[in-house]
Design a protein around this ligand. Structure first.
Ligand code: DAK
Length: 258
């Protein structure tokens, strides 16, 4: 896959690495970046050899938000009908686990890209924020909803009403970031984590992700029902038989994704 603003690599078995690559604009997400992101994620999600995806920027910026210069003169229908949102949606809707490796600025739509991922690894320099209020707008790619569901109403209000920025350490303390590492190693650590997940039973990984995300959608009883259905369904897979057989035979399982 070759793109103008993305670099897609395969740094480890089963792992795809997607790098935002518009460094002079702090990876600002213009329509071209977002369209490429949607294409890359849909392609990788449908590629059987990919078991986990890492999304990153560079050490200075994960992404400083949507492209303000591009949005300035837009009318509502142009914002709605151009495929801007497809970039965030493709990340959020991926069936494969997605790990964000964030360093430097993750602002506005850049932070929302991280919130759309399943696991967030940050460097010590990462700064998260929703500064849209400074532009006379509000977060539009999930920021108000995903933040409120993760950190609750009060902190979310401060972040979206008053542009409160969170350091990596604070974000980790509030449960928005899984691990914080030095700038030199955060990406390597994210890839290592993805590589480890990539060795696990692929269907069980996908179903586990689906079940966890369903907790955001449904009341508890419906969520429990859904989890149970996914659980029962896995008993139709070769991997379930193999995983249990391997345990009994005291050997490592060999996953086939069937
Ligand atoms: N857009 C466009 N250009 C940007 C940019 C951005 N978001 N962020 C940085 N740049 C550009 C700057 O304009 C500058 O370009 P030149 O002037 O050199 O041509 C270059 O990157 C370097 O930036 P600075 O000179 O400002 O560098 P500093 O180190 O002084 O500051 C900064 C770095 C990241 C703190 C600062 O650039 C900054 O505050 N950037 C804006 C952050 C921001 O407000 N982000 C929120 C944008 S609104 C949607 C849903 C959601 C959204 C859109 C659509 N739909 C449902 C369709 C999302 C909206 C947003 O994200």
């Amino acid at each position: 896959m070759s793109y103008q603003y993305l670099i897609v690599e395969r740094p480890a078995d089963g792992v795809a690495l997607v790098r935002l690559n518009r460094p002079r604009q702090y990876n600002a997400l213009n329509l071209q970046v977002l369209t490429e992101l949607a294409h890359a994620f849909q392609t990788l999600d449908n590629d059987e050899s990919v078991r986990a995806i890492v999304l990153t920027g560079n050490d200075k910026a994960f992404a400083a938000g949507a492209d303000i210069k591009e949005m300035l003169e837009k009318r509502p229908h142009e914002m709605k009908n151009a495929p801007f949102i497809s970039g965030w949606d493709a990340v959020a809707l991926a069936r494969k686990p997605v790990i964000a490796a964030v360093s430097g600025y993750a602002l506005g739509g850049g932070a929302e890209l991280a919130w759309a991922c399943d696991i967030i690894i940050a460097s010590e320099t990462a700064v998260f924020g929703q500064p849209e209020i400074n532009l006379g707008i509000i977060p539009g790619a999930g920021g108000t909803q995903r933040l409120a569901r993760t950190v609750g109403k009060y902190l979310t209000m401060e972040i979206v009403l008053n542009d409160r920025r969170l350091t990596a350490e604070e974000a980790a303390r509030f449960g928005l970031v899984n691990h914080v590492y030095p700038v030199d190693t955060y990406l390597e650590e994210a890839i290592k984590l993805a590589a480890k997940i990539a060795t696990r039973a692929p269907l069980a990984v996908q179903y586990a992700k689906e079940a966890v995300l369903y907790a955001y959608e449904a009341p508890l009883q419906a969520g429990l029902q859904h989890e149970r259905l996914l659980f029962y369904t896995l008993f139709s897979t070769e991997d379930q038989k193999e995983g249990m057989q391997a345990f009994i035979e005291k050997r490592a399982p060999r996953w086939h994704g069937r």
